[in-house]
Design a protein around this ligand. Structure first.
Ligand SMILES: Cc1cc2nc3c(=O)[nH]c(=O)nc-3n(C[C@H](O)[C@H](O)[C@H](O)COP(=O)(O)O)c2cc1C
Length: 208
């Protein structure tokens, strides 16, 4: 598949069918990730593959179980969200945070090396290792789309981040940016509508 096609095809999916992703394919995707640009040339990225269902359940047991649409609406009102298309995505996504990680064909915890405390950056460069791992994740998502595999990233809350570190024994100088759940889409899965972007309005020539 052409790279533009794979980019256009990539979408967030939160409903997966039951198929596990064969290890050979996961390795292919991670290999694509490991070719992303990197801040220090070393690509000090590691991937923890959590396929054991019991271990997954322990890892994510603190996540919210499905909420009623009414309680999700309340959360969105609290955040002050008014864009209908954005609200629709959150209405769809929030109740699936637990199930999408539990049911994914592959649950990957990407880790990256950083000597500076992740949440206390002092300069833009302090964020380089964090930025690099996201380049790696995007490569994985685009490669996955070309294989008919889709996924979602979830940013762990602080308590979750601590649980991930403790349970998965992540070494002190490594951090994780997100859970990365990948899988084959469930039949009739629901994809959020995308907001229309007009390229012509996004380009600024010579100055904003
Ligand atoms: C940095 C980042 C954080 C995200 N966090 C979450 C998350 O915590 N939970 C979730 O369900 N989706 C999360 N997403 C997925 C977005 O909701 C999704 O990418 C967005 O709605 C655009 O839709 P698309 O990926 O289908 O183009 C995240 C995406 C990014 C890039």
């Amino acid at each position: 598949m052409d790279v533009y096609e794979a980019i256009a095809k990539r979408m967030t999916i939160r409903d997966f069918d039951e198929r596990e992703i064969p290890l050979e394919i996961i390795k292919k995707l991670l290999s694509a990730g490991l070719q992303a640009p990197t801040n220090d040339h070393l690509r000090r990225w590691e991937f923890i593959l959590v396929q054991d269902r019991t271990q997954r359940e322990v890892l994510i047991h603190r996540l919210d179980k499905p909420r009623s649409p009414q309680s999700v609406r309340k959360i969105l009102d609290g955040w002050g969200l008014i864009e209908p298309i954005q609200r629709e995505m959150y209405m769809e996504g929030i109740p699936k945070q637990h199930s999408m990680l539990l049911n994914a064909g592959a649950l990957i915890i990407p880790c990256f090396y950083t000597e500076t405390p992740l949440l206390k950056p002092e300069t833009l460069s302090s964020l380089n290792s964090f930025a690099s791992i996201w380049c790696c994740i995007e490569n994985i998502l685009v490669a996955a789309a070309s294989e008919g595999i889709f996924g979602v990233t979830r940013i762990p809350f602080e308590a979750e981040r601590k649980t991930i570190r403790r349970l998965l024994k992540i070494p002190a100088l490594y951090e994780t940016p997100c859970y990365l759940a990948l899988g084959y889409p469930a039949q009739g899965e629901n994809r959020s509508k995308q907001c229309e972007v007009n390229l012509e309005e996004k380009i600024h020539f010579n100055r904003w």
